[in-house]
Design a protein around this ligand. Structure first.
Ligand code: LLP
Length: 420
């Protein structure tokens, strides 16, 4: 029987029901520690902002806090979760291309340290709103460097017409925004932010991003006398989903990024003092798995289906991005994988296929099917489609289980419905 964090998964399934997100807490911890240890430089200040959109809950944010990382939030809800664990607000960075006035007010009231401004209208709104505060908010400006990181097209955020950030080609607008900040005594403009995509395997994409950004910073200095001290390079480091994925080892990606930034500083005579990264997926993906119970099976002329009690509602990634996953039958780990299955979910949707053509031991109803690397953008993107309750989430460590998010009941599903 498969164990995670020293806990048998059949015990988990029995106690917490399936589908269930199961995290190996030691794996989460060692990943956070690795980032904290590896992303360091002798010559520059560094910061790691955990992108909480990948997986945000109180237990996760408490771990992020424990390892001293900063936090990237993109909504009032993620910010509220940070507040709920008393996260040091000076270490919170607020992202988003369409923050509402309410969200910005909330950020100001909470004392959020840095706001990443996405566009001209946001800059103007922030400038107006900042007149009423009595503290300083740090500001980064999101730019779009136009780098194609060769990932799935839905996940690329860096092409010229992206909805995120101001393109480096729109220099006038960029300079106008920076001038708005300069005139504001409550806003301290620190520098630029860029994010070139997600699930990036090629470290040269980051090198290209760094060269482009430093080149532009030099241009701002020479042409407009604008001096910056911070560069936020975004997230995007890949995780291993199947044996076809070979992410750049973390030490290599950290060294590449930092040494290139140091080199660029020297070569261009710049003095960028702070380099930030925003990993989400690479922190949490591999530590998480999803446990399902096998129900019916059926054969069609060309396929062998095995149906599980979850699917696209708890993992939209295969349907949305054609993402690939690996799986096992957790109660048959030693059995020969002699049957090719299509693993399908229970949603009323033909596209609700979790895995196409995977070799597994012969399945029977009641078997526990586990999909790996579901720790990022799994629970975070889960929905109530077909009115199924959201699964629970447990953290397992050294033989002990913590239920960090309870499974929803049917009552939760109609909790907000009125009798009007
Ligand atoms: N920073 C910014 C500004 C971002 O937009 C993102 C992700 C990150 C950091 C974190 O990226 P990561 O290290 O996790 O790749 N739902 C998609 C991924 C969307 C990513 C959106 N932005 C998926 O399931 O693959």
């Amino acid at each position: 029987m498969l164990e995670i964090g020293g806990v048998r998964v059949d015990t988990l399934a029995k106690t917490y029901k399936t589908p269930l997100f199961v995290y190996d807490e030691d794996q989460l911890r060692s990943r956070l520690q690795e980032f904290a240890t590896l992303f360091r430089s002798h010559t520059m200040e560094t910061g790691i902002l955990y992108a909480s959109k990948a997986f945000s809950c109180k237990a996760m944010l408490r771990l992020v806090k424990e390892y001293g990382l900063c936090l990237d939030v993109v909504s009032g809800g993620e910010l509220y979760t940070a507040k709920a664990v008393d996260f040091d607000m000076s270490k919170v960075y607020f992202h988003g291309n369409n923050k509402s006035k309410d969200e910005l007010e909330m950020a100001m009231a909470y004392g959020v340290g840095t706001i990443i401004v996405d566009n001209l209208m946001e800059a103007q709104m922030l400038h107006e709103m900042s007149q009423t505060i009595d503290h300083t908010i740090h500001v980064l400006l999101r730019v779009n460097p136009g780098i194609d990181a060769h990932t799935h097209k839905y996940i690329v955020t860096g092409h010229v017409d992206s909805k995120f950030g101001i393109s480096l080609l729109q220099e006038k607008e960029l300079v106008e925004v920076i001038k708005t900040f300069d005139e504001d005594e409550h806003l301290s403009f620190d520098g630029l932010h860029a994010h070139i995509g997600s699930q990036i395997f090629d470290k040269n994409a980051f090198v290209a991003e760094i060269e482009k950004m430093f080149g532009f910073i030099k241009h701002l200095e020479d042409t407009y006398d604008i001096h910056l001290n911070t560069l936020d390079l975004g997230g995007g480091f890949a995780a291993t989903y199947t044996s076809e994925d070979h992410p750049i080892p973390l030490d290599e990606v950290c060294t590449t990024i930092l040494s290139h930034c140091e080199k660029q500083n020297q070569a261009l005579g710049l003095s960028i003092q702070k380099i930030l990264i925003e990993p989400g997926r690479s922190v949490v993906a591999e530590a998480g798995s999803t446990l399902y119970t096998v129900g019916f099976m059926k054969q069609t002329p060309n396929k062998n289906y095995v149906f599980v009690d979850g699917g696209m509602a708890d993992n939209i990634r295969p349907a949305l991005y054609q993402a690939k996953y690996n799986a096992d039958i957790a109660n048959k780990m030693e059995a020969p994988k002699d049957t090719i299955y299509t693993v399908a979910g229970k949603a009323c949707e033909s596209g609700d296929i979790l895995i196409e053509g995977i070799a597994l031991p012969k399945c029977e109803p009641g078997d526990l099917l586990i999909t790996y690397t579901t720790g990022a953008y799994g629970y975070a993107m889960a929905s109530h489609y077909n009115k199924n309750p959201l699964p629970g989430v447990v953290f397992c460590r050294q033989g002990k289980v913590r239920e960090v998010i309870r499974r929803e009941s049917y009552a939760h599903l109609i909790d907000l419905e009125t009798d009007e």
